[in-house]
Design a protein. Structure first.
Length: 256
C-alpha cells in the first residue's frame, strides 16, 4: 500500500520499561511529509504538515518498505496477516523500548507482523491502522451506527467497523465531513490524540512541557495527558515532534 507522500505505513507499540526513558533512547529516525489533514471534530485538528522528522534513537534512518512488504502486512484483502509470530527477526533486542509492547500487542490480538518473520517497527502507521489497533484494544465492539458517512471507506474494508466505532465514540470525525483518509500517515500528535479521546479526554495537570507543542494546539491536552501518564516522554526533554510520522514501534508503545 502506498500512502500519500510516497511512503508506506505501518505502526504499533508495546513496552515494559518506562516508555519515557525508552522513547528518548529509541534508535529510529522517521522522515516524511504527512498529508494535509483537516479533522472536523470541534474544529480541533487543523491542517497538519511538516517535515515529519524525528530522532527517537540516534540517527538510524527509517527503512522504506516496498510493495511486497506492504502487501504482507495487510494480506490479499487489505486485512493484517493472521500469523501469530512471537519471534520476529527484527524485534530481538530485549532492551529495545518497543520489545515488550510489540509482543504484548501480538499476544492480545491488536496486531501481527508485516510478514511471517518481520514486524517492521520503523514503518509508519496509517489512520486506518491506528483506529483499528484502538478498536481491537477495546475488544472489537460492534458499532451502533446504521450508516457510513465516508465515501472513501466501504463495508469490505478490514477497518470498516473500527472507523465507525471510532467516529461514534468521539475518537475521530474524519478529515472532512465525507472522507476519513484511511491511507494517510498518522502523525504522533494524531495518534496520541486518538488514544486520549478513547480514554474519555481526561484533563491533564501538565501543560507547556514541550517547546514544539503550542498551548492552543488541538493535541496540547492529549500530549499533556500522555506525558503525565507515562504514555510518552517525547523525543527529548523539550521536544515531542507532533508532526512526525508515528511508527509501528511507537504506536504499540503508546498503547502498551
Amino acid at each position: 500500500m502506498i500512502i500519500s507522500g510516497g511512503t508506506f505505513a505501518f505502526a504499533e507499540e508495546d513496552v515494559t520499561e518506562s516508555p519515557q526513558v525508552q522513547e528518548i533512547q529509541a534508535v529510529s529516525t522517521v522522515t516524511g511529509q504527512p498529508s494535509d489533514l483537516t479533522e472536523s471534530k470541534d474544529s480541533e485538528e487543523q491542517k497538519e504538515q511538516g517535515t515529519g522528522s524525528t530522532s527517537e534513537e540516534g540517527t538510524k534512518n527509517e527503512e522504506q518498505p516496498d510493495d511486497n512488504a506492504a502487501s504482507k502486512e495487510t494480506g490479499t484483502d487489505g486485512e493484517e496477516s493472521p500469523v501469530l509470530n512471537l519471534s520476529f527477526t527484527d524485534v530481538q533486542d530485549t532492551t529495545a523500548y518497543y520489545y515488550h509492547p510489540v509482543y504484548w500487542a501480538v499476544k492480545n490480538g491488536i496486531t501481527q507482523g508485516t510478514s511471517d518473520t518481520q514486524f517492521s517497527p520503523d514503518f509508519p502507521c496509517t489512520r486506518a491502522q491506528i483506529v483499528t489497533f484502538l478498536w481491537r484494544k477495546a475488544g472489537t465492539p460492534e458499532p451502533t451506527a446504521a450508516s457510513n458517512p465516508f465515501t472513501d471507506i466501504s463495508k469490505s474494508d478490514y477497518y470498516f467497523k473500527a472507523v465507525l466505532w471510532a467516529v461514534e465514540s468521539g475518537i475521530t470525525s474524519g478529515t472532512t465531513d465525507s472522507t476519513f483518509s484511511p491511507d494517510d500517515v498518522c502523525t504522533r500528535a494524531q495518534c496520541v490524540t486518538f488514544l486520549w479521546r478513547a480514554m474519555a479526554s481526561p484533563v491533564p495537570q501538565i501543560s507547556g512541557a514541550f517547546e514544539d507543542v503550542s498551548s492552543d494546539a488541538y493535541y496540547a491536552k492529549a500530549v499533556g495527558w500522555a506525558l503525565e501518564n507515562g504514555v510518552t516522554s517525547g523525543i527529548s526533554a523539550t521536544q515531542f515532534s507532533p508532526e512526525a510520522w508515528c511508527t509501528r514501534a511507537q504506536t504499540m508503545t503508546f498503547f502498551y
